[in-house]
Ligand binder design. Structure first.
Ligand code: TYM
Length: 329
């Protein structure tokens, strides 16, 4: 059984892009693969974050992921900082990755642009991400489109390390879904949906109540042409809504264009909103139940970290030997 690994940052409210581009596929993968999923708090401190807020959001993200369908019996969900082997491998891989490679990362350019002070951690972010996956010898990494470049770098690092020190790591592959991999902001549809780089009104949060979802969808930017048709260049708003509905509903974009032929944007948007509400209803109900028992979520994360560490230790021992560290004691 192939092993899959993926991660998600605890900071920032989680949105429909996270679900459709990643988490939904993690849930679906649980029957087919040996799965590890990680709340990447070490990645979140690459930009300034309030300690109390980080603590709270780490637990609430884990609650949300269980509510979305991650099953602690079938998947290992844990917090990155609970398994210190991530940072150890991150350091070792720092000595394999190059400055030139990291400088080319578009996410770094986007996140660091215009900032007065940028942490070394933000620059080094993709190397820690490589360590996350390589530590577990995972073969598949289900992610949204925005992670493609980080996955390419991860593969290059693994291949270089294997070449230099002998076969050590499985070289992982990105698993990017055919629909939902890049959900766009509803107000600025040329940008991806994001709680850090997007607009508030254009970002659909997983815990938004139905009335707010309706409002955000009904006020989504469209155009004056009145035809429900995909055209990324001239109709980015309608194209984004079609991609969103296609990811939720399962119908292809051409099928949706046919379904809405001759209908106005109002009716189309109503259907988009109702399909999202129906998708999120069970998740929100389950979230309310789980949030009432934070002790249980904490317990599940402790079990998850123990399982993850048991898998991480053999890899880190192999890596230590490969790079030539003297054995301890
Ligand atoms: P993060 O926390 O930004 O996002 C989590 C997942 O959601 C996907 N995603 C989207 N998919 C579709 N449309 C969008 N608008 C959208 N926005 C986000 C992301 O592609 C991601 O799959 N660097 C990673 C976390 C990470 C990781 C890892 C991932 C750390 N270590 C190891 C995979 C393997 C990140 O910041 O994801």
């Amino acid at each position: 059984m192939a092993r899959i690994f993926s991660g998600i940052q605890p900071t920032g409210d989680k949105h429909i892009g996270n679900l459709l581009g990643a988490v939904r596929h993690w849930v679906a993968g649980q029957d087919l693969h040996d799965c590890l999923f990680c709340v990447v708090d070490l990645h979140s401190i690459t930009v300034p974050v309030e300690p109390a807020a980080l603590r709270t959001s780490t637990l609430s993200l884990a609650t949300l992921l269980f509510a979305a369908g991650l099953d602690p019996e079938r998947s290992t969900l844990y917090v990155q900082s609970h398994v210190s082997e991530h940072t150890e491998l991150g350091w070792i891989l720092n000595c394999t990755a190059t400055m030139g490679e990291l400088r080319r990362m578009t996410q770094f350019k986007d996140k660091s642009g215009g900032q007065e002070s940028v942490s070394v951690g933000l620059f080094d972010y993709p190397v820690l991400q490589a360590a996350d996956v390589l530590l577990y010898q995972a073969g598949l990494v289900p992610v949204g489109e925005d992670q493609r470049q980080h996955l390419e770098l991860m593969r290059d690092i693994a291949i270089r390390f294997n070449g230099r020190y002998g076969e050590t790591f499985v070289v992982p592959e990105a698993q990017i879904p055919p629909t939902g991999a890049r959900i766009v902001d509803l107000q600025e549809p040329t940008k991806k949906m994001s709680t850090t780089g997007g607009t508030e009104q254009g970002t659909l949060l997983l815990l938004d109540p139905p009335a707010r979802i309706r409002k955000k969808i009904m006020s989504a930017v469209t155009d004056s042409d009145g035809v429900v048709r995909a055209d990324a260049e001239n109709k980015p708003g309608v194209t984004g809504l079609l991609a969103l509905l296609s990811a939720v509903d399962g119908a292809s974009v051409p099928q949706l264009e046919e379904r809405y032929d001759g209908m106005g944007y109002g009716d189309f948007k109503k259907d988009v909103a109702e399909s999202l509400i129906a998708l999120l209803e069970p998740l929100q109900a389950r979230h309310a139940e789980l949030a009432a028992d934070p002790g249980e979520v904490h317990r599940l994360l402790t079990v998850g970290a123990e399982r993850a560490r048991a898998l991480a230790v053999p890899t880190i021992e192999l890596v230590r030997e490969r790079v030539g560290f003297a054995p301890r004691g």
